[in-house]
Design a binder for this molecule. Structure first.
Ligand code: PRP
Length: 182
């Protein structure tokens, strides 16, 4: 039994993901110039696959940095309590910052991150999220670039995990219920 046998259905096939990432990159290319030299902040771990594809489609000068946050509590729900596990290497004061997230669910993680980054006085702060689950939103968080809106199902692949696995799948899929219950 392989990882793919745990998938009930493919929600977003690889080709659609790749096409949308290229479109998002075009929108980002139209937003920043070389002089802006934006700093892409990848929110680990989930966003690493998205960032890797996105960065290769960007035409302007830019840099990448990484931040890892964790919401307390295991399972498939975000508790809303966030702590920083890994902070940025770069000082972002006066920099154009683009936060890159894999998925926005309740919005609490992103709210924490954007509030935290805002206190560091960036020149601008925008957010690019590959996936958004609007039906699950508990706090309002502005998203500047969004790849896909997804229904309230437990999705894995393309960086998104269940129990740290499935991140390597090249598509976004829905896990079988019996796997979630394991
Ligand atoms: C996921 C995702 C977001 C957050 C979204 O991260 O990458 O950061 O949850 O949930 P929210 O909108 O309800 O706050 P997760 O905690 O699963 O960590 P990971 O990226 O390391 O897998």
């Amino acid at each position: 039994m392989g990882l793919r046998d745990d998938i009930a259905k493919v929600l977003i096939p690889e080709q659609d993901l790749q096409a949308r990432v290229a479109e998002l990159a075009q929108a980002i290319n139209a937003t920043y110039t070389d002089d802006d030299c934006p700093l892409l902040v990848c929110v680990l771990k989930g966003a690493f696959v998205f960032l890797a594809d996105l960065t290769r489609h960007l035409a302007m000068r830019h840099e990448v940095d990484f931040m890892e946050v964790s919401s307390y509590g295991a399972g498939t729900k975000s508790s809303g309590v966030v702590r920083i596990l890994l902070d940025l290497e770069q000082n972002i004061e006066g920099r154009h910052v683009l936060v890159v997230e894999d998925i926005v669910d309740s919005g609490r993680t992103l709210q924490y991150i954007t509030r935290n980054l805002q206190t560091r006085k960036p020149a601008s702060l925008r957010v690019c999220a590959l996936l958004s689950k609007p039906s699950r939103r508990e706090v309002e968080v502005p998203l500047d670039f969004v790849g896909f809106e997804v229904p309230d199902e437990f999705v894995v692949g393309y960086g998104l995990d269940f129990g740290e696995e499935y991140r390597n799948l090249p598509f976004i899929g829905v896990l079988k219920e019996e796997v979630c219950a394991r």
